[in-house]
Write a protein that binds this ligand. Structure first.
Ligand code: ZN
Length: 306
């Protein structure tokens, strides 16, 4: 059983002519409500500022709240655009990611969550919006989980085609949160080299342009799966589908089945009956997003508990 966080608020975060479009969440909505209709659907609550203050600078958060436009658009960076309804979308995306932790703590049988939201968050730095995202949904949720004292060691697997600079920077000195990312490199946002290791908790897997399935699986196994040998009590996916061969924003050539492979490979090694929170990041070709996500969810739905 997958517990989905979704709300139609995400259909109101208008970005104009932009790859991070309303069409994306319509595609995701169609997939989850048609193919996974027997699963559990929850409304994400609006996150409160205090929880976001734990990860992002207060001045930055206040700046975002104060600069949502009354009409038209405002830009928090050249790629990151807000309309009058965007704040609700930002706060629901954080709120669902955090509420998944509460639900796990309240009900041990609810252990697999997928947060179907927008915008993505893994580029958002402590004090800076970047790459379509304003608040770092995964980082705020993982920080909240650690503060709840119910979890001691957390693993974040990020298979979005872009490096999650924000998530890495937020946690690079935190030995209780491991961050592993596969991404095209060199490429936007410029970080994610093999030599960036944090306090021994960062595992980067750079991928050359035009990397195909075979090379991807080899590099992902060597740099992430084989290198991390620890036990974790909570697993996150920063689940982006822009490494799909059809995606227009990057040049990695993954096929639909590679998203099944990644998910299964990680679960087989690390998900030893622990809860999983998967959070949507990128994916800008509608067919690539639909098929990639469907393959990711196929593995999550089969993950069962005693
Ligand atoms: Zn991306």
């Amino acid at each position: 059983m997958i517990n989905f966080f979704y709300t139609d608020e995400y259909l109101k975060h208008d970005t104009g002519q932009h790859p991070e479009s309303i069409e994306r969440i319509k595609t995701v909505k169609k997939l989850i409500f048609e193919n996974y209709e027997s699963h559990n659907f929850l409304n994400p609550p609006l996150a409160n500022k205090e929880i976001i203050y734990n990860v992002h600078d207060k001045d930055y958060i206040d700046y975002i709240f104060d600069n949502i436009p009354d009409t038209g658009f405002s830009y928090f960076d050249p790629d990151t655009v807000a309309c009058p309804n965007s704040l609700n979308s930002y706060l629901c995306a954080v709120g669902g990611s955090v509420e998944a932790v509460n639900q796990i703590n309240l009900n041990k049988n609810k252990k697999v969550f997928f947060c179907a939201h927008r915008p993505p968050g893994h580029h958002a730095e402590k004090n800076k919006a970047m790459g379509f995202g304003v608040f770092n949904n995964v980082a705020i949720s993982a920080d909240y989980a650690l503060r709840s004292k119910k979890f001691e060691k957390i693993l974040i697997i990020d298979f979005d085609v872009h490096h999650g600079n924000g998530t890495q920077h937020i946690f690079e000195n935190n030995p209780n949160i491991f961050y592993a990312s596969s991404h095209q490199y060199p490429y936007y946002p410029g970080t994610g080299d093999l030599t960036e290791k944090g306090c021994g908790n960062i595992f980067n897997c750079p991928l050359p342009a035009n990397c195909d399935s075979k090379l991807f699986r080899k590099l992902f196994s060597e740099n992430i799966v084989d290198k991390i040998n620890q036990n974790f009590d909570l697993l996150y996916f920063s689940a982006g589908f822009d490494a799909h061969v059809l995606d227009p924003l990057a040049s990695i050539n993954l096929e639909d089945e590679d998203f099944f492979w990644i998910t299964k490979k990680i679960l087989d090694k690390f998900a030893n009956n622990i809860p999983i929170i998967s959070v949507l990041e990128g994916g800008y070709d509608m067919k690539g997003l639909y098929n990639g996500l469907n393959n990711h969810l196929k593995v999550l739905q089969d993950y069962s508990y005693e």
